[in-house]
Write a protein that binds this ligand. Structure first.
Ligand code: NAD
Length: 370
């Protein structure tokens, strides 16, 4: 075993119904007096509740998915004009993303209060979109200094979005198994994320107002994001990142749809990762574990349902072939990627990719051997 592992430093406070109190003490401890609160219109009520006891100087509600540069510019201007000394984000990944864009330019610290399972709060990755091109980078300035998890804030997240967002977290875990900086530590976190999500997500879907399931998924979202931040972007994230930026597809739903196809194309040639994923699901093989969970959750199925056009797939495959990570368990041609995109676009059974990926026998031998 030989590896180099960086652990990102941030405080995590977790307590249902405690966000307002935890946030107030976090802000007091940091000595902030002029906070800027960032929350999308749908998150305003949650933000008002959570920031009631905090000195707020500026509020910003112009939140747009994938953080367009002009939106980031205006938010930076508001922060500076209002002489803000700290950023508080209350919302999903888009809201956290805007806070990160402001932090990147101003150096202001972020305290993040997530209300979805996207996990951006636990990473040092920022993203900005200009036209149809999404650029990402990593910088410690954008890593929130503290994260406040309160599962009560997620009770209002509709089941459909909860499922998609939870599967986004699951994608962090699965992709971590073969991402460029994968190592035993982030693989252990990823396996724990898969275990907790496969137990928690059905509970959320069946009982959306039940706190226990929400807590489990929120905890899993954090663990998953820590694994992802450490392991980096694997094939799955490269594909979704490109599709999201180029075609403005909804983030969580895109991840939900694409994941089984990436698993189908990689698992047969990554037996150790496949075994860990299967074990975490408590399933005979990784694909079956994911399929059973997706079935139970009635997960998003096809990219065509989210606005992607079939005639966009070929060019997307050509662009993606340039960004397949060297760490991917198998090299992929543009034709392989087009087959993957075609299947994800149509919502075809993921196992249909297996014979094109490698001889199906390799896969069945692995699973039989286990
Ligand atoms: P989102 O933040 O766009 O939220 C989806 C919708 O749900 C929005 O309308 C939002 O206002 C609403 N919402 C959020 N919380 C709610 C709640 N509790 N109740 C009711 N409505 C609620 O979606 P997302 O999937 O959380 O985030 C997607 C964005 O996050 C993408 O831009 C993606 O690139 C980014 N992201 C970044 C990282 C990273 O490490 N940098 C990781 C994951 C996601």
């Amino acid at each position: 075993m030989e590896f180099v592992h960086d652990t990102l430093g941030q405080r995590v406070r977790f307590g249902s119904g405690k966000a307002a109190v935890m946030l107030a003490s976090e802000i007091e401890e940091r000595g902030a007096e002029r906070a800027m609160v960032i929350a999308a219109p749908a998150e305003q009520e949650l933000a008002a509740r959570v920031t009631a006891a905090v000195p707020v100087a500026v509020r910003c509600d112009e939140v747009v998915m994938h953080v367009p540069v002009d939106v980031a510019d205006r938010a930076c201007h508001s922060a500076m004009a209002g002489d803000a000394d700290l950023l508080i984000s209350v919302g999903g990944g888009s809201t956290t993303g805007l806070a990160k864009a402001v932090a990147l330019r101003t150096g202001l610290p972020i305290v993040s209060v997530p209300t979805t399972y996207a996990g951006s709060e636990a990473t040092n990755v920022w993203g900005l979109t200009e036209g149809a091109r999404k650029t990402t980078g990593s910088d410690l300035k954008v890593l929130p200094k503290a994260v406040i998890y309160d599962a009560e804030l997620t009770l209002s997240l509709p089941v459909e979005m909860s499922v998609a967002s939870g599967l986004n977290a699951l994608a962090h875990c699965v992709d971590s198994m073969w991402a460029p900086r994968t190592d035993p530590i982030n693989q252990a976190l990823a396996a724990e994320g898969i275990r907790a999500l496969s137990e928690g997500l059905p509970r959320v879907a069946n009982s959306p107002r039940g706190l226990a399931g929400r807590e489990l998924v929120l905890y899993a979202a954090y663990v998953s994001a820590v694994a992802f931040a450490s392991a980096g972007s694997g094939l799955h994230h490269k594909i979704c990142h490109y599709l999201g930026g180029a075609f403005n597809l909804p983030h969580a739903q895109t991840h939900s749809v694409v994941l089984p196809y990436v698993l189908a194309i990689n698992a047969p040639v990554a037996p150790e990762a496949e075994r860990r994923i299967a074990t975490a699901f408590g399933a005979g093989d990784a694909l079956s574990g994911l399929a059973a969970l997706r079935e139970e959750l009635d997960a998003p199925r096809a990219l065509r349902d989210y606005g992607l056009k079939r005639d966009q797939l070929h060019d997307a495959a050509i662009a993606l072939v340039e960004v397949v990570p060297d760490s991917n368990p198998r090299p992929l041609s543009a034709a392989d990627l087009e087959a993957l995109l075609e299947a994800a676009w149509a919502g075809t059974e993921p196992r249909t990719l297996l014979p094109q990926a490698v001889a199906a026998t390799t896969f069945s031998q692995e699973t039989t051997a286990r």
